[in-house]
Design a protein around this ligand. Structure first.
Ligand code: HEM
Length: 195
């Protein structure tokens, strides 16, 4: 649909809003702030936004099927790349501000704490997906592109699991994310079964 194209810059700008808000909060502009533990707050916000964008990416196909809005697919790649972007920032905040960019400490932490291992595995799996997200790579890889991009389901499961595992008491939030992911995964399975 031709009217969709001008909306791309708008969607891009909207996807950047969480980052703008976090930057304003980090620099305490307009009365905003990150509270008493700014590094933790930043880390958590970026992790949650990364996961939200990941679930939005996964929601494109089922919502398109339910509503008939085929134009939604044009935003899928952008949403997926924004998820990667926010999760990369999440990792950078962890590596630089939390671990002081000490490779030894970071590797030890990744190996020692299972929830960090899961998060790292998820982030590493996102790298080939981001690298092959262009139309040229889609054409080049053909059928293999689809198989490779099925990794996104594994990444989402690892991401939610990572979230659930690091929560100490209040498991409600990760369970809400897990339920949304379950609905999205089930919605993918059904039509195949019917066939
Ligand atoms: C698919 C990749 C990832 C996703 C979806 C993800 C998502 C999240 C989410 C949603 C949270 C919790 C936010 C909250 O409590 O409100 C979180 C926390 C955290 N994540 Fe990740 N993350 C990912 C990768 C990583 C990686 C690669 C690292 C570091 C190597 C990491 C380190 C952490 C840490 C340290 C916390 C905070 C734990 C705490 O405060 O006890 N994450 N992440």
């Amino acid at each position: 649909m031709s009217y969709v194209r001008p909306f791309k810059p708008l969607v891009f700008a909207v996807c950047l809003l969480p980052l703008v808000y976090l930057l304003l909060s980090a620099f305490e502009v307009a009365g905003l702030g990150l509270g008493t533990n700014p590094v933790e707050e930043l880390l958590h916000e970026l992790g949650r936004w990364g996961l939200k964008f990941l679930l939005l990416t996964l929601a494109v196909t089922p919502v398109r099927r339910w509503t008939g809005w085929s134009w939604l697919v044009r935003y899928r790649r952008m949403l997926g790349l924004f998820s990667f972007f926010y999760l990369l920032l999440h990792f950078l905040v962890y590596a630089v501000l939390d671990q002081g960019l000490d490779p030894g400490l970071i590797v030890e932490d990744i190996l020692k704490r299972p929830y960090i291992t899961l998060g790292m595995a998820g982030l590493l799996m996102m790298v080939p997906l981001a690298a092959t997200s262009t139309k040229a790579m889609m054409r080049k890889l053909g059928k293999r592109w689809k198989s490779l991009h099925r990794l996104v389901y594994v990444i989402a499961i690892l991401g939610v699991w990572h979230f659930y595992w690091q929560v100490k008491l209040d498991t409600l939030q990760p369970l809400v994310y897990a339920s949304i992911l379950a609905v999205l995964l089930i919605s993918r399975i059904r039509p195949r079964k019917r066939r």
